[in-house]
Design a protein around this ligand. Structure first.
Ligand code: CIR
Length: 258
């Protein structure tokens, strides 16, 4: 069974962290409706969706991806690079405990899950404002025993590595050439986003389907023409909170034969 943890959009989402965007009003009802549609996509793709309860005083808590990195062998509870998000760890820890051995990033390390891109046995980690060298060192110490290597990747002008590049097939990336150098990734092909849609590189791959925000029609068209099964979702409200489609879920196999 594939599990997808999500979380109800917080009623305080209007006070979310913002780094590259100006604050705009977020329609909470609409954000929740759009989030339901996103969860419906996950159900349709075969995931068992477990929606965690709202954390009303944690504006960014819907973005569960940043709080953990879930591998087959171990889940790493991160230490988010922004202080306001560290309280989100308690409920994610409790949610993941039944499924994985847990490891933790500890001070002074920082790591946001949005900075960790797994391709096979390599974890590419963004050198972003949220994840530091000590965070990467601790991650490497945890995962190297399981046969993973950790590689640092430079990113510019965006929040996380996965704002700039994501996996759209086992051997294919979608990326924004202005934010990350695709040469950093070995053995995979890379498709660039449409130049007019710089934020389109954050796609979620589930069961061979590629979820992309409907706001990026040119990139959707580009991927569709290349044969990808693209599923547009309207996430206009959470986009105002600098969220993408990967950050709203933690998707993993319930039981893994190791
Ligand atoms: C933040 O700044 O932490 C949130 N407003 C957005 C987090 C988005 N997370 C992600 O892309 N992985």
């Amino acid at each position: 069974m594939v599990i997808a943890f999500t979380r109800e959009v917080s009623s305080s989402i209007g006070r979310c962290e913002l780094t590259h965007l100006e604050r705009q009003p977020i329609d909470l009802g609409k954000a929740r409706d759009q989030h339901r549609d996103y969860e419906r996509f996950l159900w349709d793709a075969g995931c068992t969706v477990r929606r965690l309860k709202e954390e009303a005083e944690m504006p960014d808590a819907v973005f569960v991806e940043d709080i953990a990195v879930v591998l087959d062998e171990v889940a790493i509870i991160t230490r988010p690079g922004t202080r306001s998000r560290r309280r989100e760890r308690l409920s994610i820890t409790q949610a993941l405990e039944p499924f994985r051995r847990l490891a933790r990033i500890r001070a002074p390390g920082t790591l946001d899950g949005g900075d960790v891109l797994r391709i096979g046995r390599t974890l590419y980690v963004g050198q972003s404002i949220r994840s530091n060298e000590e965070g990467r060192r601790q991650l490497r110490a945890v995962v190297s025993g399981y046969g993973y290597s950790v590689r640092r990747v430079a990113v510019v002008d965006c929040l996380h590595l996965k704002s700039a590049v994501t996996v759209v097939a086992e051997d294919n990336l979608l990326f924004n050439p202005g934010w990350v150098d695709a040469n950093a990734f070995q053995g995979v092909q890379a498709i660039a986003v449409d130049p007019e849609e710089p934020a389109a590189a954050n796609a979620l791959l589930v069961a061979g389907r590629v979820v992309l925000p409907a706001q990026h029609p040119r990139t959707i068209e580009r991927l569709s023409r290349s044969g990808f099964d693209v599923r547009p979702v309207d996430v206009s409200e959470l986009t105002k909170a600098e969220g993408g489609v990967t950050c709203c879920s933690l998707v993993f196999d319930e039981k893994v034969a190791i």
